[in-house]
Design a binder for this molecule. Sequence first.
Ligand SMILES: NC(=O)c1ccc[n+]([C@@H]2O[C@H](COP(=O)([O-])OP(=O)(O)OC[C@H]3O[C@@H](n4cnc5c(N)ncnc54)[C@H](OP(=O)(O)O)[C@@H]3O)[C@@H](O)[C@H]2O)c1
Length: 312
Amino acid sequence: MVGSAMVTAAWALLRSGLNPDTADGSSLDGAWYWSGSGFEPKHTGGAREADLMIDAPAGKLVAVSARVMPAVADLFAMMLPLLPAATPHGLVLAHMGQSLDGHIATAGGHSHVIGGPESLDHLHRLRALVEAVLVGAETACLDRPRLTVRRVVGANPVRVVVDPRGRLPADSPVLTDTAAPTLVLRAGSTAGHLSACAETLAVPAGPDGFAPADILQVLAARGLTRLLIEGGGGTVSRFLAAGRLDRLQLSVAPLLIGSGRPALALPPIDRLDQALRPPTRRWSLGADTLFDMDLRGVAARRSAMDSPATMI
Ligand SMILES: NC(=O)c1ccc[n+]([C@@H]2O[C@H](COP(=O)([O-])OP(=O)(O)OC[C@H]3O[C@@H](n4cnc5c(N)ncnc54)[C@H](OP(=O)(O)O)[C@@H]3O)[C@@H](O)[C@H]2O)c1
């Protein structure tokens, strides 16, 4: 029970970093002490080393005591770089769960479920840390996701579906469940209301669809600058190829699908020195391994922007 109380308290402390009044890190920065039921900023019971030392603008857990469970220390280290204090200009984070052989679904599109419960908890935490969660039309049609935060405590993000051709069925949960607002990105000038919780937004469309930069601009105009791109592979690949991802998280589960829909499909390269090798952190999530890639310093594969449709 102490363990789950500490995880709950850690998550509450991390979520306090989303408060607009303290999103500069002032609420999280500094020393924290475990009281037995929560993390407290001041220690009144005599000299004692801090249990956590947080540098919020750097997105780092600087020090941690032996009283803190390793899973809780990992949670802080994993999540601090994603908070507003460390990402003052916004965040474009992509996450997918894939098999060891690089697939996110069978060829027919079945993807439930690839990762274990710890990976699903992590995904719901990511949803709770962003302002909007975005999926492609294929995922919205096949999976019929709700895209809400249900496995952990947290606020639902705005839901965004990239649906240039308007093929999202009217009975899709993102259009009928009013748990969160939904924005459906369509080509042309079709802005308007779709349902009680959903509206369409127009995005300029080129011959190869929407440029990821245009998607980000349309969402930023709505005040949405902290985004989770949740799939599928085609949608994430377009953002990656256009150099528009700050981070990419791949949660790799120990199963082999052997065929099916790829996590990523980028334009071919000739040599491995052209491959992306971003700084990467690695975490255990139950039986799965999470790879968290920092793409901010990686040169964009912008050549792909010339012909994004050929990638997927
Ligand atoms: N394992 C996981 O973590 C995970 C997560 C999410 C989804 N999935 C699985 O992934 C599969 C779907 O992935 P997918 O790669 O086939 O499709 P997808 O990425 O979900 O959707 C691709 C479609 O979205 C629209 N789209 C996305 N970006 C666009 C852009 N920049 N411009 C214009 N249109 C854009 C296009 O719609 P149109 O085709 O209408 O033009 C495109 O064909 C499903 O089987 C789902 O279950 C797995």
